[in-house]
Design a protein around this ligand. Structure first.
Ligand code: NAP
Length: 242
């Protein structure tokens, strides 16, 4: 098992369900946490307080879709913690809307947060990751990276893009000792689901802590055997490939 204590993780979407659970679990391992981005400052602050009980945690609120903010955010994070060992591209927005009603603004917003932000944030973090002995990038994709659900056309396209890019990135950088993983969850009981799928209840849903445990698995098990991608289905839902 890798010793993660003191390693620096930059995590987006830390104010929310999966991000908050992940920040807490990684802080418990002694990792230094950077919560990068978030429009809801109160939620981000709450996560910061939880993580800070166990380790150093810096919260940098702001809109991730602003390239200037991303650049400034990485500079602030590295000035404080002197590097980046792990980048977790977790922030995302869902969509539950007929294809015909999607405006160009909707399209841009969803593609930006779900795909453009991870893409360019990773570019900004790469110089620091290259100096780390445990450099790891984890992209939170979705089961819709592998399938197409109705009413989720842009979300599905953005998550396909995220997964496709993850594969290319992993192949391009493994020789530089940078590991790239994707996690593709099904329904996780977070604010995203509560808002976009009000028909669903907590019953049988994946809990955010379960995804955080998978993140920890990737980070703690860094050997020659590489698990590049994990699909996570709800227990009460048939896996798509069955
Ligand atoms: N929940 C599921 O069923 C499920 C399934 C598969 C994949 N996922 C993926 O899991 C990831 C985490 O989602 P979650 O379920 O934990 O939902 P969540 O609680 O809604 O978290 C999403 C996070 O993204 C942040 N975010 C969104 N737009 C942003 C922006 N422009 N700038 C800064 N931050 C922004 C939100 O912060 P603010 O609210 O402060 O803006 C929030 O903290 C997402 O990538 C999602 O696609 C979720």
């Amino acid at each position: 098992m890798n010793n993660l204590s003191g390693k620096v993780v930059v995590l987006t979407g830390g104010g929310g369900g999966i991000g908050r659970a992940t920040a807490e679990l990684l802080a418990k391992q002694g990792m230094k946490i950077v919560l990068l981005g978030g429009n809801n400052q109160e939620k981000l602050q709450q996560t910061q307080e939880v993580a800070a009980q166990y380790s150093d945690c810096l919260a940098i609120p702001g809109n991730l879709t602003d390239m200037g903010f991303l650049k400034q955010g990485i500079e602030t994070a590295t000035a404080r913690f002197k590097g980046v060992d792990v980048l977790i591209n977790n922030a995302g927005v869902a969509q539950n809307q007929p294809f015909e009603e999607i405006s160009p603004d909707d399209f841009e917003r969803i593609m930006a947060i779900n795909f453009r932000v991870p893409f360019f944030l990773t570019q900004l973090a790469l110089p620091y990751l290259k100096r780390s002995e445990q450099a790891t990038i984890i992209n939170v994709a979705s089961v819709v990276s592998h399938a197409g659900y109705p009413m989720q056309s842009v979300y599905t396209a953005s998550k396909h893009a995220l997964l496709g890019w993850s594969k290319s990135l992993g192949a391009e950088y493994y020789k530089e000792n940078i590991r790239v993983h994707a996690i593709s969850p099904g329904g996780v009981y977070t604010d995203m689901v509560k808002i976009s799928r009000p028909d669903l209840t907590a019953d049988g849903m994946i809990m955010p802590e379960e995804i955080a445990n998978i993140v920890l698995f990737f980070l703690a098990n860094r050997g020659n055997a590489v698990v590049d991608e994990i699909m996570v289905h709800r227990v009460n839902k048939q896996p798509f490939l069955v």
